[in-house]
Design a protein around this ligand. Sequence first.
Ligand code: ADP
Ligand code: ADP
Length: 225
Amino acid sequence: MLSLKNISKRYKNGSSQVTILNNISLEVEAGEFVSIMGPSGSGKSTLLNIIGMLDQPSDGFHYFLDEPVHQLKEKQRSALYKKNIGFVFQAYHLIDELNVYENIETPLLYHDVKSSERKALVADMLDRFQIVGKKDLFPSQLSGGQQQLVGIARALIVKPKLLLADEPTGNLNSKQGEEIMQLFSKLNKEEGMTIIQVTHSEKNAAYGTRIINLLDGTIASSQQI
Ligand code: ADP
Ligand code: ADP
């Protein structure tokens, strides 16, 4: 499903260059549930953003669903993203001007889904995440945990082939966090959804099928679990 070959990411810092990712190669098969771990600053979010086509590598080859992402134009990347990827952002990235209902509905507008079906799908998400009572509120009126749930609902509503999640339970209480991990595990096992998450939690990582450890922008280890 995903193949990264010799991916590097560098930033200019004045006259010097900082290397964030150094020659990363990684294959992820459909049906895997990968947890990316590693110390702060090791490049986890940068790697996830590149996989999600939200950031571009300085060099290397990136294939997703057999498409050569490194050769695609912005518009084609965006279309590939919208069709196949759900992204749960660490900082939520909800649209401030839209209410909870509309935020969750947004990805459906890029798919060919009828209005009546959109309503049913959003209602199902509101129900599943127990946020029906919040549907008319705006992001600024929600707690961090509630915003995180809305972000997860929005990522899942199109049943993405690939779900990317950056610390998806970082702002949830432990019970909610466990429920989300159980949901991810179920989507992975029962619906074959491919998942890649960034997490600091050993417990969350253990829900997956493989753990990758990043260190200073390189893959220090990768083990099946
Ligand atoms: P992690 O998710 O493992 O904490 P990140 O991928 O967020 O790591 O960041 C890795 C390093 O890259 C950090 O040192 C961060 O400061 C740096 N970094 C991230 N984005 C930029 C940027 N736009 N310009 C310069 N440095 C950046
Ligand atoms: P359209 O066809 O223009 O999308 P609909 O006939 O579907 O409009 O009208 C219902 C619309 O109301 C929903 O699609 C949704 O965008 C919007 N809506 C906004 N906020 C809410 C809310 N809190 N509860 C229900 N519907 C909402």
